[in-house]
Design a binder for this molecule. Structure first.
Ligand SMILES: Nc1ncnc2c1ncn2[C@@H]1O[C@H](COP(=O)(O)OP(=O)(O)OP(=O)(O)O)[C@@H](O)[C@H]1O
Ligand SMILES: [Mg+2]
Length: 394
């Protein structure tokens, strides 16, 4: 009985304004005294981008985060100007505001990609209404989702790789033994027909093909095996030099010029040197293949504070840029996927392995294509990963 009484009282106190404590009116009076620039400061410091316009289309609010996300630099007379002039190059946002007062359903928690910068923003558009409901303006609140999107994409890729990896490992394992059998039996048969050059030649081809199939199986197994990093203090310059030599031994370099711009005072990386050699060998091999004997590969590196890991050890940014044919837009998203290749004898694992090694080092890699042709891979590697003992599953 007592419990039900208490519950009854609680319900009443939640729904009835009479239950507001006696000191509330005084608190309200104090609140009214909050200085008006409180709102301005609140908007300015918000961690959302905020842009608001008046009914006439003049910019009323444009906070710091909005400038940052949109990649615009603040001008002293922005407030009061027409939004089209201030937002000029960000045509997607201009269009949003231009239609703000006409659309039936205002977008809420919508997403869009800004064409120029490739950034993805999540946004909500609201109408600023006066007391009688008149539409006095429009306000856009937005957040930079680029990093979130990258993480989600990486997560999705990791899931895909895990499923794919298990299947590939099982198949590779099953295929290995019969392949070895074919090779051995073809060898035995070859010895039985010493005087039959035609049959000998056929058997030789069978053995070669079986060897190649076996090499692919080994590569797949290598790819799906989880990476366990053997961390050491690694000099990036040494790793890159070794990798260029290795790539040269795999693909004829021709007259390709390799420029390396690596500051002598770059900090050493706490990383797995062997894995990093493989990573840069794969990237350089791809560049040599794309350049087909002509052109230039330039490798630059510099130290940078990582904006995503404030307070952490610095990162090293490495950029590999070739002036080859570039990568067509429609396949750009797929080049890191395992088995994606445009080469007649490629396995399509090169960049998938690169991504896996970068992930294991808690780094990032992205790809951009130059308007003038050519491909740039940009890597960010923390000098000291936080968790380098952990094995990263495929
Ligand atoms: N520097 C580059 N220039 C142009 N295209 C590239 C470049 N790097 C990669 N690619 C494209 O990405 C695809 C995938 O590359 P990846 O290294 O994963 O596989 P692959 O080179 O085809 O085969 P593998 O490396 O296994 O021998 C390539 O087939 C090619 O189309
Ligand atoms: Mg490759």
């Amino acid at each position: 009985m007592a419990t039900s009484d208490a519950m009854h009282q609680q319900t009443r106190s939640l729904s009835s304004p009479r239950s507001i404590p006696a000191h509330a009116p005084r608190a309200r009076a104090e609140f009214a005294a909050v200085p008006t620039n409180f709102y301005r400061d609140m908007v300015r410091g918000m961690r959302n981008g905020t842009v608001a316009i008046t009914r006439e289309g003049r910019v009323a609010v444009f906070n710091e985060e909005a400038y940052r996300i949109l990649g615009l630099s603040p001008q002293p007379d922005d407030i009061g100007r027409h939004f089209g002039e201030v937002l000029g190059p960000r045509s997607e946002i201009v269009r949003l505001f231009a239609n703000a007062f006409d659309v039936a359903h205002l977008p809420s928690r919508a997403e869009m990609r800004l064409k120029d910068s490739g950034r993805v923003i999540g946004y909500t558009l609201s109408i600023v209404r006066g007391e009688r409901g008149s539409a006095n303006g429009a306000a856009l609140f937005f957040k930079d989702l680029t990093r979130v999107e990258q993480l989600e994409e990486r997560e999705r890729l990791r899931d895909r790789l895990a499923a794919l990896g298990e299947m590939a490992a099982a198949i590779a394992h099953e295929v290995k033994n019969p392949l070895a059998g074919i090779e051995v039996m073809a060898g035995l048969l070859k010895r039985r027909v010493p005087d039959d050059p035609d049959t000998q030649s056929l058997l030789h081809d069978i053995i070669q093909e079986a060897k190649m199939a076996n090499a692919i199986v080994i590569e797949v197994l290598e790819f799906v095996r989880p990476i366990r990093l053997q961390v050491d203090h690694v000099s990036l310059a040494e790793v890159i030099d070794d990798s260029i030599r290795m790539a040269e031994s795999l693909v004829p370099r021709g007259t390709v010029r390799v420029d390396r711009l690596l500051p002598t005072d770059l900090p050493r990386l706490e990383a797995d040197g062997h894995q990093l050699r493989q990573l840069f060998t794969n990237l350089a091999t791809n560049a040599f293949e794309a350049l087909n004997g002509y052109g230039r590969l330039s490798i630059r590196a510099w130290e940078s504070a990582d904006e995503d890991r404030p307070g952490d050890s610095p990162s090293i940014v490495v950029e590999l840029k070739d002036d080859g044919p570039g990568i067509p837009e429609e396949v750009r998203d797929r080049v890191f996927s395992p088995f994606f290749t445009t080469k007649p004898r490629g396995s399509g694992l090169g960049l998938a392995i690169v991504r896996k090694i970068v992930d294991a080092h808690e780094g990032r890699i992205d790809l951009s294509v130059e308007p003038t042709g050519g491909t740039t891979f940009r890597l960010v590697l923390p000098t000291r990963p936080t968790d380098h003992e952990e094995a990263t599953g495929a």
